[in-house]
Design a protein around this ligand. Sequence first.
Ligand code: ARG
Length: 467
Amino acid sequence: MADDTTDTKSSNQMWGGRFASGPDAIMEEINASIGFDKKLFAQDIRGSIAHATMLAHQGIISTDDKDKIVHGLNTILSEIESGNFEFSRQLEDIHMNVEARLATLIGPAAGRLHTARSRNDQVALDFRLWVKEELQKTEQMLTGLIAAFLDRAEEHAESVMPGFTHLQTAQPVTFGHHCMAYVEMFGRDRSRVRHAIEHLDESPIGAAALAGTGYPIDRHMTAKALGFREPTRNSIDTVSDRDFAIEFLSIAAIAGMHLSRLAEEIVIWSTPQFGFVRLSDAFSTGSSIMPQKKNPDAAELVRAKTGRINGSLVALLTIMKGLPLAYSKDMQEDKEQVFDAAESLELAIAAMTGMVRDMTVNTARMKAAAGSGYSTATDLADWLVREAGLPFRDAHHVTGRAVALAESKGCDLAELPLSCLQAIHPDITDKVYDVLTVEASVASRKSFGGTAPSEVRKQIAFWRARN
Ligand code: ARG
């Protein structure tokens, strides 16, 4: 460092002009972000190349300097990619690490790169580019998960299982229908991702520190070069805004909540007591002491990752909530939350896609369970409304008595003799037995979005056309 101060620590070469000495060790530790923001190296270099190209195009720097800068930046990119770059904590962050290396590589021309920009718009740019790419990746991963569910739904459009409310047997549904519920959930997540990409598709570079710049820059040119729809419209907002990161975390939290509900169902379904599904060896573990066990660890970890993602969302909302405009250093704490949540979300989606594709579905167990717990009681009530002309409330009452009788006899509704049913209501005929099976029950629910296999197949076709 070109600083002849007698102090043992030298001042920062990027902003040290008015500083006589360097930072205290603790200051350096709390201030540095290179430990995590080095993840942004590719975005930082892309952003700098676009900025330098624009500066030269506008005649703000010479073409010669621009060529040196671009060449140097490309060299740095390959150095980092090949692991031959030494990151320095003294240089605080990725922006200054890259710029300092550029100075070593190309000399004084490096000092012209930072014309008409600040680290405030630079970091906003790098981070936006990173989050945009992550959202695009998330969109693809959700598409893969949806595809896995569509395949299982198709395979099981007719497989009957108990539908639950309060985790108590409610009415028979099909496993295909249940799978399609998740398609809807992850489909909504994916459309949130698409909206978020639209929201963040504005280029921050050129907002400079907060007020814009006096240099004749062309922000539309850099926006275009970096693949953004347009430049942001308010330089103050541009450097204070982290909505794009918070939106990513909100989407991740909602998707995580969906993944966690699925994880919980898989945990329940794979118990010997339920036995609805068997996880593949690839997504379960054994116990070191109990040889019979097969544990749904991957599902449990997906459930737990959701807690981490929620934590990250709350952390960033809390970091941002009291900040005056424009940039404050607090905002440096945004990245770790997003990086951690992105990693968790990617893992959770990947693990779930694998589990859904691999699990063995025990249709016999599902069907047996579907018939227990008087799951066709509503069908009996509906039959009384339709065939005997009873008001639904009365039919409900009659059915309640039939359920109580079956319960006292320890049998199913379909096993009650006709004489017993007629003793409860004289208009009941033997036709009623047609609706008391689980297959008849699901086949009858043909309302739009209902569980009838014919309806489920329509919904599968709808989603296939959109996936
Ligand atoms: N490392 C900083 C961050 O992540 C870069 C921006 C620093 N800006 C500043 N004015 N100190 O937020």
